[in-house]
Write a protein that binds this ligand. Structure first.
Ligand SMILES: [Zn+2]
Length: 155
């Protein structure tokens, strides 16, 4: 077992914005178990199996302080290839729930983070482990290639 997959993961509620700490073993159980973590404040189900939105303001907390590895999808509204890879990222977020999270960062709305990571071409996937960039993939790559990079990251 990956040593980072112990403890808990901070998950921000999409409804009220509250930060919820969820034990990682609970994240790994999946929807078939009937266990869906909910927000402690507003009781909305937490986005544990789908990509979540990250911003300049939340990047440090939600990506660089994340207990789990994070794949950040740097995208923009006008980017056609970004829409092409979105279904693959949705599927990956569900398949790897509890082991890895998928974040989406809109580069137009979050210039500080996109400049910091020198985003020149999108779609761009940046892979973070222990808060540091360890890999990146540029372009509308096939899902299999993204999964191969993730497996290397989790190994
Ligand atoms: Zn909430």
């Amino acid at each position: 077992m990956n040593p980072t997959a112990t403890g808990s993961q901070m998950i921000r509620c999409a409804g009220c914005g509250a930060a919820n700490r969820v034990p990682i073993d609970k994240l790994q159980q999946g929807p078939d178990s009937g266990i869906v973590p909910i927000c402690g404040r507003c009781k909305t189900p937490l986005p544990v199996r789908e990509p979540f939105t990250v911003t300049d303001a939340s990047f440090a907390d939600e990506v660089e302080q994340s207990a789990l590895p994070v794949v950040v999808d740097m995208w923009a509204e006008w980017c056609g290839p970004c829409r092409m890879i979105a279904p693959a990222l949705d599927a990956i977020a569900a398949e790897f729930a509890g082991r890895l999270r998928v974040a989406k960062l809109n580069v137009d709305q979050n210039p500080a983070t996109s400049q910091r990571f020198e985003v020149q071409s999108i779609p761009l996937l940046v892979f973070f482990k222990d808060g540091r960039e360890v890999d990146r993939l540029i372009g509308a790559v096939p899902k299999g290639e993204i999964v191969r990079r993730i497996q290397a990251l989790l190994a």
